[in-house]
Write a protein that binds this ligand. Structure first.
Ligand code: ADP
Length: 449
């Protein structure tokens, strides 16, 4: 071998970094590899929030929530096929994960609503900046502080095992160094999902053939093959999520928090057609049913001011605006008269506290301040719920439900946590909690081997 360590982590998204930092803090010598030239994976693009229940941040804002409520919402959103013991881990450790990041310097003080949640529990930086980029920055800074060996442009190719079937290392391919192997007691796969690989996606779900994707180029799913070749069992691969709001212009993913903070969805006819903060599968299906298979997010300056991320979209030139809804209609091709009526009706329902048309559970603010904005959106492939089978200690299992000794998995490469549909805000929560756990358990395992 070219190097000898206790733990190798494959992938530099939120799961990989959480695993590397936590393995190090539990006494392991660690190498983290990433096949792309840049760190952060898809985690870096996550803008919605990090779901957690009954946190200090919620308490400070007077928000009532519980682990049981987050558990119920997650199971319901996943159509009850989630692995209950994994959801138990996700929800009961969510506060601990927020505290862990906060202790390392993260700001998760802004708390908002995401689809399918019965409480405001999506934690993000003050002012509503992108949570993923912030979390990755904090984890990266902490990895640098610990002097963890991080290697970009280095792809994990094959898990190496000894003759007893225990992991003994990883074959990698460096862009400049070529093939070499790293000897290690444990390998943690944190290679993310495969939403960017439309060939793989459409084989599993033909409806999604030709769809654009919100993901970074590395989200091809080769980690699934690495795990499969090492004997890992797979689960729920056919469940693939479309994110309802990708901007038609520019293909930018528009975070669910825009709706959570008050935007409504209308069709070309200027009419609302869905509870905007329903789960992603339902919102995507509803948008595909509208004329032109797209819809418009409509909001005003009060929503804009509540979420700094919106100024980024405006900066990208994908958000037409006007000082009246009629003029906004002229600019976008939406029926302005109906749009004016739809917004007036929404505002009046907000006053009475109940959306009797579509049953939207939270109506955070009236749309009547300053300029109005529209973003034309359509669904894009966003998250792959399925993946390698893990147990509640993040150990990867084979088809006989036995643990593969020394092999761990965390994050989107795994299946079971989100069932048939992942709730917005549960990805960051998942990758930090299971990443931490994989790191801790791999470090402990390495001490014994
Ligand atoms: P998660 O959200 O689960 O942490 P991400 O998508 O954020 O997942 O990160 C996964 C990372 O793993 C990406 O940066 C991706 O490029 C990287 N990756 C995927 N396959 C491999 C591989 N075979 N070797 C090294 N890195 C990989």
């Amino acid at each position: 071998p070219r190097d000898t360590v206790d733990v190798v982590v494959v992938g530099s998204g939120g799961a990989g970094f959480s695993a590397a930092v936590s393995a190090f803090d539990n006494g392991a010598k660690v190498i983290l590899i990433e096949k792309e030239p840049v760190i952060g994976g898809n985690a870096k693009l996550a803008a919605g929030g990090m779901n957690a229940a009954w946190t200090d941040q919620q308490k400070a804002k007077g928000i009532k929530d519980s682990v049981e409520s987050m558990y119920k919402d997650t199971m319901k959103g996943g159509r009850d096929i989630n692995e209950p013991e994994l959801v138990e881990v996700l929800t009961s450790h969510s506060k601990g994960s927020v505290d862990w990041l906060t202790a390392m310097g993260a700001d998760l003080n802004d708390v908002g609503r995401m689809g399918g949640a019965s409480a405001n529990r999506s934690h993000r930086p003050t002012g509503g900046a992108g949570v993923g980029a912030h979390v990755i920055q904090v984890l990266y800074d902490n990895a640098v502080k610990r002097d963890i060996d991080m290697r970009m442009n280095t792809r994990g190719i094959e898990i190496l095992k000894d003759d007893k079937g225990n992991v003994e290392g990883l074959l990698v391919k460096g862009m400049y160094k070529g093939y070499y192997w790293i000897k290690a007691d444990a390998v943690i796969l944190a290679t993310g999902g495969f939403a960017k690989n439309n060939e793989r996606v459409s084989k599993l779900d033909p409806k999604l053939k030709g769809f654009i994707s919100t993901n970074q180029p590395g989200a091809t799913g080769d980690g699934i093959d690495v795990a499969g070749n090492a004997g890992a069992a797979m689960t729920d691969l056919e469940y693939i999520q479309a994110h309802p709001t990708l901007s038609v212009k520019g293909g930018v993913m528009v975070t669910e928090a825009v709706r959570g903070n008050g935007a409504i969805l209308v069709n070309r006819e200027g009419k609302r057609f869905v509870n905007e903060i329903t789960t992603r599968d339902k919102a995507s299906a509803a948008i595909l049913n509208q004329t032109g298979k797209s819809a418009f997010l409509i909001f005003d300056d009060s929503v804009r001011k509540s979420l700094s991320k919106i100024d980024k979209y405006i900066g990208l030139g994908v958000v037409p605006s006007a000082d009246s809804l009629v003029k906004l209609g002229e600019k976008t091709g939406i029926d302005g008269k109906n749009l004016t009526e739809a917004v007036a009706r929404y505002n009046s329902q907000l006053k009475s506290g109940k959306d009797t048309d579509f049953g939207r559970p939270n109506l955070p603010r009236a749309l009547n301040e300053g300029n109005y904005y529209a973003i034309e959106v359509t669904p894009g492939v966003h998250h792959t719920m399925g993946g390698v089978k893990i147990d509640s200690k993040a150990e990867i299992m084979n088809a006989k439900q036995q643990v593969i000794p020394g092999l761990y998995g965390a994050g989107e490469v795994t299946g079971g946590v989100h069932g048939a549909n992942r709730l917005g805000g549960n990805a960051i929560s998942d990758i930090v909690t299971f990443g931490r756990m994989a790191g801790e358990n791999a470090a402990e395992y390495s001490k014994k081997n």
